[in-house]
Design a protein around this ligand. Structure first.
Ligand code: ATP
Ligand code: MG
Ligand code: FE
Length: 337
């Protein structure tokens, strides 16, 4: 079964084709990052317009790359939320229209379920059940995953998401947009000099809070001459505090659930320091650790095609309405299997 996957929830237009037995066939991506960087953040109306401009050509390119035609496609998966309403509607209406024209089913996919299942595209994929840490631009969640669609939220951020904290801190350090990867790069030149707090680790529970680290960054920065080395040392301290905080909570979640498998996904899971901290902890705990490949940490069509394929294989059917939901809690998803 060949599934076309469409991702348009934010500032990346992603299209992919996944085959239920052969695996990933083709994957194309267009990032709007350079357009939004002039504004220091994503401008929703510009994002929707650019998705309109890019989506059809990318679908054509994806079919061409895979040497398939529309007649080969057995189903279409599209991101229906959470995300920007206008951006989501571009993917949803395109997917629904193509499904109607091609006489195949379309399935609405939850963007965070896409991130969560991205490590399934790798060799040696994780086995259910596992604990998932989802760290992205808009979310920070610990989820117990028993099967596709069987998700129990263990904890989440009470304020900023991990990626948002990276981006806002990078902005204060004047690193440009999007700041997460730039901050990580600068931190490589940083040294042990400042100590940042590890928010909410001194009390029980699995929730997170990252907004305090912003204030701490600002105050620390003001106490220096703001040279490049000062900024690198601050980036280093911020990244270390974030990595340790995430690692402490993951260890707690593994012990609390008794599970020995941890999946980490979402844009921030590309961060090398965070990966290293989690690697060390899971080795000590005798637990398995799974990540997506680097390019599938951030938004992409492959993870949506994969998630949609699993749902279609399980017989999920939907009516013809165009479904888009900007806010959509992950524990409200339909259970599959
Ligand atoms: P969501 O998935 O919650 O809807 P999103 O789709 O915008 O949000 P992603 O595309 O998954 O988020 O990830 C983008 C985020 O990942 C940005 O905040 C970016 O700064 C962050 N990020 C990407 N690479 C790195 C890195 N190496 N280190 C830290 N943060 C990173
Ligand atoms: Mg993005
Ligand atoms: Fe995302």
């Amino acid at each position: 079964m060949y599934i076309l996957g469409i991702e348009t929830s934010c500032d990346e237009t992603g299209v992919a084709i996944y085959h239920s037995k052969l695996g990933l066939i083709a994957d194309v991506l267009y990032s709007q990052v350079s357009m939004h960087s002039d504004y220091g953040g994503v401008v929703p109306e510009l994002a929707s317009r650019d998705h309109i401009r890019k989506l059809s050509p990318l679908i054509k390119q994806c079919l061409h790359d895979s040497q398939l035609t529309s007649a080969n496609i057995d189903g279409i998966a599209y991101t229906a939320g959470p995300g920007l309403m206008g951006a989501l509607l571009v993917g949803a209406t395109t997917a629904r229209s193509l499904a109607w024209t091609w006489r195949v089913p379309a399935v609405a996919v939850h963007h965070m379920e896409g991130h969560l299942l991205a490590p399934m595209l790798e060799n040696n994929p994780p086995q259910f059940p596992f604990v998932a840490l989802l760290i992205s631009g808009g979310h920070t969640m610990l989820v117990k995953v028993d099967a596709i669609g069987r998700y129990t939220l263990l904890g989440e951020s009470l304020d900023d998401a991990a990626g948002e904290a990276f981006d806002k801190t990078a902005k204060m350090l004047e690193l440009g947009y999007p700041g997460g990867p730039k901050l990580a790069k600068l931190a490589e030149q940083g040294q042990e000099r400042f100590h940042f707090p590890r928010p909410m680790t001194d009390r029980p529970g699995l929730d997170f809070s990252f907004s305090g680290l912003k204030t701490f960054t600002m105050n620390t920065l003001r106490g220096t001459e703001q040279t490049l080395q000062d900024k690198a040392d601050i980036a280093y301290a911020f990244q270390k505090a974030t990595a340790e905080t995430l690692t402490i909570k993951c260890k707690r979640a593994l012990r609390q659930t008794g599970l020995k498998s941890l999946v980490v996904a979402g844009g921030v899971s590309a961060n090398k320091a965070i990966r290293a901290h989690l690697q060390e902890m899971t080795a000590q705990e005798g637990a398995q650790l799974h990540f997506p490949r680097l390019e599938f940490c951030t938004d992409n069509g492959a993870m949506i095609a994969y998630a949609g394929c699993q749902r279609l294989l399980a017989g999920q059917h939907e009516d013809l309405q165009i479904f888009a939901r900007p806010r959509w809690p992950i524990d409200e998803l339909l259970t599959v299997a």
